[in-house]
Ligand binder design. Structure first.
Ligand code: FE2
Length: 305
């Protein structure tokens, strides 16, 4: 086991005696995204993982109903937000992190490799001099093994590239927020065909997560209801994934996974909101500056993806 995983395993073990975080979830059906408020019951310090800014693409209208529900929960429980954690630059929803930060405070964090994602997409969007692709839109850029705390709860960033180069899984006490790596065992894994994605890296990242203790709670970024299941579910365990993940259970080797993932990805269309999402999320969720008439605009690059 690599040293970072050994540390993560030790942290998970300590959380069993020192106390687990409370995890409260919000599921956004229009984008199939799970947002989490994770908090330390001893200090009521908290983090928000992967928030959603509602977006009606046909009307070009943003709304904050989902984010306002998170704010109401945080205020109702009397929590202090220390962190706004993004697992990656999402391609399927706009992040509400700047809106939540303004209301609740906290530091906005993502993986250090976001700079690579920014560099690819600032060219696609011809973002010009108003956008510096240097990670400065975020307060903290995490690398593999970086430690932080939420009140008395220990937390660690695990770099899990593959879906994008920048994906981070957050190990918070004994709970792991997987980002886009694993989905529910009956649904499989995240796609790996976006610019900078890599199915082989995704396999290796998933195998790292699967070395954590079997009973480790995993909180997923998305759920799409596998065929034959009529409820959304976004929590599972390492053990359930090792035994039962349809794409990557124990015994599936790397080459078989890569050929399955690559051929499946070739059949998938682009996510509905990829163009709005990426150009906002590469800016840490900030909307582009208004033009002279006071209106903000999103760009649609033609024949670029
Ligand atoms: Fe994603």
């Amino acid at each position: 086991m690599d040293p970072v995983l050994t540390e993560a395993t030790a942290q998970i073990g300590r959380a069993k005696t020192a106390g687990s975080p409370v995890v409260h979830s919000f599921f956004d059906e229009p984008t199939n995204t799970a947002t989490y408020v994770v908090w330390d019951p001893a200090t009521r310090k908290a983090a928000i993982v992967d928030s959603v800014l509602d977006f009606d693409a046909a009307a070009g209208r943003t709304r904050t109903a989902s984010a306002d529900a998170v704010i109401a929960y945080v205020r109702g429980e009397g929590l202090t937000i220390d962190w706004l954690l993004e697992t990656h630059a999402h391609a399927d929803h706009l992040s509400a992190a700047p809106y939540l930060q303004q209301a609740l405070g906290g530091q906005l964090a993502i993986g250090r490799e976001i700079v690579r994602v920014q560099n690819v997409f600032e060219k696609i969007f011809n973002a010009g001099t108003e956008f510096e692709p240097d990670g400065s839109e975020f307060d903290r850029l995490f690398e593999d093994g970086d430690r932080f705390t939420i009140g008395n709860i220990e937390a660690m960033a695990l770099h899990v590239p593959g879906h994008t180069p920048a994906d981070i899984a957050y190990v918070i006490g004994d709970a792991v927020f997987t980002g886009d790596t694993l989905f529910m065992p009956d649904y499989g894994t995240a796609r790996a065909d976006f610019p900078g994605g890599d199915a082989r890296q995704l396999y290796r990242s998933i195998r790292r997560l699967m070395q954590l203790p079997d009973e480790t709670r995993l909180f997923l970024c998305h759920d799409y209801k596998a065929v034959g299941r009529d409820q959304y579910v976004w929590e599972t365990t390492v053990g359930a994934q090792r035994v039962g993940n349809v794409h990557v259970h124990e015994g599936v080797d790397e080459d078989d996974f890569v050929s399955m993932r690559t051929s499946r990805d070739a059949t998938l269309s682009m996510p509905k909101l990829i163009l709005p999402s990426i150009q906002v999320n590469m800016r840490g969720g900030h909307l582009p500056e208004p033009e002279a008439n006071g209106t903000r605009y999103l760009k649609i690059p033609l024949d670029a993806l």
